[in-house]
Design a binder for this molecule. Structure first.
Ligand code: F6P
Length: 367
């Protein structure tokens, strides 16, 4: 009996996705393991996330070549070393109420003979996987989001690589900030959760860190900078999450466009803060929006390892017929959680535990 796995990556790309695909393929097709199991596998890569399953015409050769890629061990051999997603991605939501194409996805899964769909993605992508599961499709999820805001897991692919980008870029900024005695405001991603800003700021020794979970007072930011003036150092790094908000209110969007899942593109808060600092304190201030650089580059050691473990566990789940669930990392162990418990929820920073709302920085008590 051969089980056909369809695998896709959805939502924002990041390092670690290719590794997860590689390890699903290698584990499923491993000849040694195959001898011990009663099941054989075939793995079909689906291009461009859910869009591939919406658009593919299984009877049309050109369409198949566009949206499908049969995967084998040789093809994925080097994938764990590369960033981005070799299968491509999209923010297509087949269940978008304004344009519901879920019937098409279910029909195509059947026509392609796919027995199980492995979806690698964040809350949006896995939300679709869960809805399909409820409609009778066998699905397994692998967590991915540089924002680290997925419930049910303490690690999601991409986070550590993004953190390293933030740290390296801030290291670079320090020399120029120091040479000119300037304030630098660094904007990180993190739509609803401040994990990237908080931990990126902490590992870079930022003076001020602003996160979506705790609205900030612009005056307090300026007071903190003025208090520091003339103390140990002549420049300061302020890290702000794209989703952070001043206590007076206001979110910062790049434009008014809304994606298939109802999200607008955030961006611009660093420029606002930098201007305000300059106006209020008179300190020279500049800003940098790290933006998609955080999703670029090769996977860090942690992302390679987690991608491997998550990919292997996804195949274990298929063998155990553990469907409608997501692989997860909890308390240092790889385990699984029901997808129904992770969707429509966000894993945010526990401010009482991790954030010092007075200093606007990571907490200085841990135990
Ligand atoms: O969802 C992850 C994320 O990295 C968010 O932090 C950010 O707002 C968004 O992606 C930007 O995505 P894009 O511009 O690629 O649609």
């Amino acid at each position: 009996m051969t089980t056909k796995i369809g695998i896709l990556t959805g939502g924002g790309d990041c390092p670690g996705l290719n590794g997860a695909v590689k390890w699903v393929v290698k584990t499923a097709l491993d000849p040694l393991l195959a001898e011990k199991r009663s099941r054989k596998f075939e793995v079909l890569g689906i291009r461009e996330g859910w869009k591939g399953l919406v658009n593919v015409d299984p009877d049309d050769e050109r369409s198949r070549a566009l949206y499908l890629e049969p995967l084998d061990e040789e093809k994925v051999r080097t994938w764990d070393r590369t960033g981005g997603t070799n299968l491509g991605t999209s923010r297509t939501n087949p269940f978008n109420p304004a344009n519901d194409r879920s019937d098409k996805v279910i029909e195509n899964i059947g026509r392609l003979g796919i027995d199980v769909v492995v979806a690698v993605g964040g809350e949006d992508t896995l939300g679709v996987a869960y809805k399909l599961h409820k409609l009778g499709i066998r699905t397994v999820g692998i967590p991915k989001t540089i924002d680290g805001d997925l419930m049910g897991t303490e690690y999601s692919l991409g986070f550590d690589s993004a953190l390293n980008v933030i740290m390296e870029e801030i290291d670079r900024l320090r020399t120029t900030a120091g040479s000119h005695n300037r304030i630098f405001v660094v904007e990180t991603m993190g739509r609803h959760a401040g994990w990237l800003a908080l931990q990126g700021g902490e590992c870079s020794g930022a003076y001020i860190i602003l996160i979506p979970e705790e609205p900030f007072s612009m005056q307090r930011v300026c007071d903190l900078l003025m208090e520091r003036k003339g103390r140990e150092i002549q420049y300061s790094i302020v890290v702000v999450s794209e989703g952070a908000q001043p206590s007076e209110g206001g979110e910062f969007y790049k434009d008014e466009k809304v994606d298939d899942f109802g999200h607008k593109s955030l961006g611009g808060i660093a420029g606002f803060i930098s201007d305000q600092i300059q106006k209020t304190t008179g300190f020279e201030s500049r800003y940098v929006v790290l933006s998609h650089l955080q999703r670029g580059g090769v996977p860090s050691a942690r992302d390679r390892l987690m991608a491997r473990w998550f990919g292997i566990a996804a195949v274990d789940m298929i063998l155990n017929e553990d469907y409608g669930r997501m692989v997860s990392s909890l308390h240092g162990e790889i385990t699984t959680v029901p997808m129904k418990d992770i969707i429509n929820r966000i894993r945010t920073v526990d401010v009482d535990k991790y954030y010092d709302a007075e200093r606007y920085n990571g907490k200085r008590t841990i135990l």
